[in-house]
Design a protein around this ligand. Sequence first.
Ligand code: HEC
Ligand code: HEC
Length: 423
Amino acid sequence: MIRFLRHAFLCLALLSTTVFVPSPAAADAIRGGLLWDQWWVVNGAPVPTGDHPLYPPAGSKSGNATFRCKECHGWDYKGAAGAYGSGSHFTGIAGVFGTTLTAGQMTDLIKTVAVANGHGFQNYGLTDTDIADLVEFIQTGVIDTDFYIDGSKAFFGDASQGETNYSAVSAPACTLCHGAEGTAINFKVPADPEWVGTLGAGNPWELLHKIRFGQPGTGMPSWIGDGGSDQGAADMGAYVQQNLPAFSLCTDTPRAACAQSAKATVLIKKPVDPSKAKLKFKWVKGAEVQHADFGDPGVTTNYSLCLYDSNVSIDSLAAAIDVRPNPAWLSQSPKGWKYKDKLGAYAGLRKALLKPGTTGKSKATFIAKGVNLALPVAVGAGTFFGQDPDVTVQLVNESEQCWTATFATAKKNEAEIFKAKQP
Ligand code: HEC
Ligand code: HEC
């Protein structure tokens, strides 16, 4: 649109007898935000080599990373006063948030080495347009991230609005590329996945920046560039943190050495209305389990319920329901843990019980419901699981403890319901 208007304006100017002096193209804060992330991917300049001269020798990064604005000044734009105040990104360098420099002073500082702390980026491949976009970004795109993210890295936001923003409003929606669970693109390697949720848990400032501006060199849109608000971006952050898996403990195929039980049941209901989705898994009369095997799910131990379906005797992961450590876990020490959350904020989990015991006495239950519960897609019009020949359900935790049940028959295996017990 802007390009079209500019074009129309130039045509008018040519037709007119008056001589217009066209004003320079307005600087682009969105592009500036992308340059802030990794400028050479945006402007196609050669990848910088060596270390940037302003990068402190004591810092732990080297090479092109030291040329990224974000590396010295942070995703929260606060440098050493923010999230990069410690850890592997620490440089001690100040941020740009709240800078009192004028646009002209900033331009000189970024471009040349002629002023104090001059960055000299003209020598590495930043053009005047790039620098104007960066200055525009600093002046109009930099926000106080403390307004959206609290001291424990949690977003202030409305997760249900965030879900709408994540899956429907933005064009194209996040789901289109990242999937409903945020796991369709893995930013790292399969053995150590990094998904949207991983970033949400580990680096909410980076997530906020990427939602607002997009990802350099990809078709990922800018939320604010498309007219979204900063609060709308933070709402998405809240949704990502509360609902999308940060990592999965579920492996591609079932774990081999898990505790067995004499009895187990599973019920899955997946009607068209997602608020009515339900999963109930009970593992009773189990093998010997100690209280300590459960770890500390309230604070440090992640749990996942992994559903595997087999097809011609080959198991594959049908769904992973990942529950981050959270305060809905109540310690019954030394008698295990109980979980109670009426809202099912974490992957839909409402109730759970982890009970230690000697052989035949241990127990584990997992009951999840509602829109936050991500159940597998039915394999066919009238069948939920292939179950060829079985379905395996495993509850696993981060301490590599697991509780397994294999269901070779089903009481119901239909489009919207799967119900089985063993023996
Ligand atoms: C290698 C580290 C490094 C990188 C990369 C870097 N800067 Fe800086 N920047 C500094 C240092 C050092 C200062 C001086 C701040 C201080 O006193 O700690 C500074 C200061 C600034 C300031 C002035 C802030 C103020 O209020 O005084 C701006 C603006 C700025 N940088 C923008 C950028 C931009 C834009 C980029 C990316 C194109 C960038 N910087 C990349 C190290 C870096
Ligand atoms: C048109 C496809 C597309 C859409 C739509 C999209 N993304 Fe992306 N996104 C990508 C691609 C491609 C990458 C880069 C992946 C890589 O580096 O492997 C990416 C990267 C990311 C990253 C950064 C990963 C990292 O650690 O570097 C995050 C976070 C992210 N997207 C979140 C979102 C969110 C949230 C939305 C919705 C507001 C969204 N994306 C919309 C394609 C898209």
